[in-house]
Structure formats: C-alpha cells, structure tokens
Design a protein around this ligand. Structure first.
Ligand code: SF4
Ligand code: SF4
Length: 191
C-alpha cells in the first residue's frame, strides 16, 4: 500500500536476543538512573513549613486599598472589570451618603465588589486599568478550599484593614511606576 507520508516506519516484530530476554541490562540501566537521582538536589520542598522565595513582583491575592485617611479608594468606575480578560470581577456602584465621607473617598463607591478567584488568572490587568490606585495584586497566596463559593472574594476579604495596611510598595518597581505614569498621561490627554 502507498504510504501517506515519508515518515511512516515499517514495524518489525523481531525476536529478542538472549541478552534482551534476560532483562538484566535494562534493569541495571534503570537502577543506575534511580540511584543517580538520590544524590541530586531535591526539586520539591516541604510546603507549607518551607516556602520558596517569591519574586518582588509576584502577583497574588488582590487588595482594595484605602487612602491615607482610611477611606476606600475605589469609586466603582468598572474599568478593572472591563479590563479583566477572565470576567472575574463584578461590582455594584452606590452613591455616598452624607456622613460617609470618612468611609469612601469619592461620591461613588462599590457597595459590592467581588472577584472570582477560580476565574482569575492573576494577570494584573485590573491593577493596570485602575485610575484610582485602588486595586493591587499582592504577594499573598489565595488559600485552597473545598467549596467553590469560598473562592468568591468579597469586600470583607479584599478591602485592607484600616489598622493593618498591606504594603504594596515592594511591587512598585521603577518599570511599573513608569508604565503607570505614561498610562495616566494618556488618560489625561483623552479627557
Ligand atoms: S488579575 Fe487579571 S484575571 Fe484576575 S481579576 Fe485582575 S484582571 Fe481579572
Ligand atoms: S478598583 Fe479601580 S478600576 Fe476597579 S472599579 Fe474601583 S476605582 Fe474603578
């Protein structure tokens, strides 16, 4: 029969030699490889007792930041949700009422803000899109869980505690700051 490509091989069911039937050379070869791995540096670590060093710009669990007075920075503009390629962010915008100035920085705020951590691919585009410096990714790992609904992170998990601020300054390398500055310039030009 005419072969379809020139890559086809004729398989011959040839008889094994006496040496091959002993299997000993193959077993010794396999054992040699196994023993050689005993003296190599382990590729695994005993997590969580031992943790690997993270890159300074590692992208982990998000934080919704407060300003210097403790008010929430997010104005529920929705740009992060639009930028999110995984459609992981949903929010509900509300009007700030009189007397809530200390809670929310601007007239509009997110009364509901959810991130579905099962959808999130930790790309960081929400952080880049935010004009209010309200959302940042941090070096925190999203913990595992058994129920899917536990991975919908609401404001209770995302907004930073007013007394325990989350330091994101380490991630703000010169390249990141330059990028944000250029983006803000372009944003202002379009206004
Ligand atoms: S990190 Fe990326 S995928 Fe995750 S919420 Fe932000 S934009 Fe969406
Ligand atoms: S986190 Fe930033 S981009 Fe997202 S809704 Fe709030 S202010 Fe807008």
């Amino acid at each position: 029969m005419q072969p379809l490509t020139n890559r086809s091989k004729v398989v011959v069911n040839k008889e094994m030699t006496w040496k091959e039937r002993m299997y000993l050379p193959a077993i010794i070869g396999g054992m040699r490889i196994t023993f050689s791995h005993l003296f190599k540096k382990k590729a695994t670590i005993s997590y969580p007792e031992v943790q690997r060093e993270f890159s300074e710009i590692y992208r982990g669990q998000h934080v919704l930041k407060r300003d210097e007075n403790g008010a929430e920075r997010c104005t529920a503009c929705g740009l992060c949700a639009v930028a999110c390629p995984a459609e992981a962010i949903t929010m509900t915008a509300s009007e700030r009422k009189k007397g809530e100035e200390k809670l929310y920085r601007e007239e509009k705020y997110a009364s509901v803000y959810d991130i579905n951590m099962l959808r999130c691919i930790f790309c960081g585009l929400c952080e880049e899109a935010c004009p209010k410096e309200a959302i940042f990714l941090t070096d925190r790992i999203v913990p595992t869980d058994f129920k899917r609904k536990e991975f919908i992170y609401g404001k209770d998990k995302l907004v930073e505690d007013v007394n325990e601020r989350i330091d994101i300054s380490k991630r703000q390398t010169k390249e990141v700051l330059d990028f944000k500055q250029n983006k803000n310039l372009q944003h202002n030009k379009l206004k």
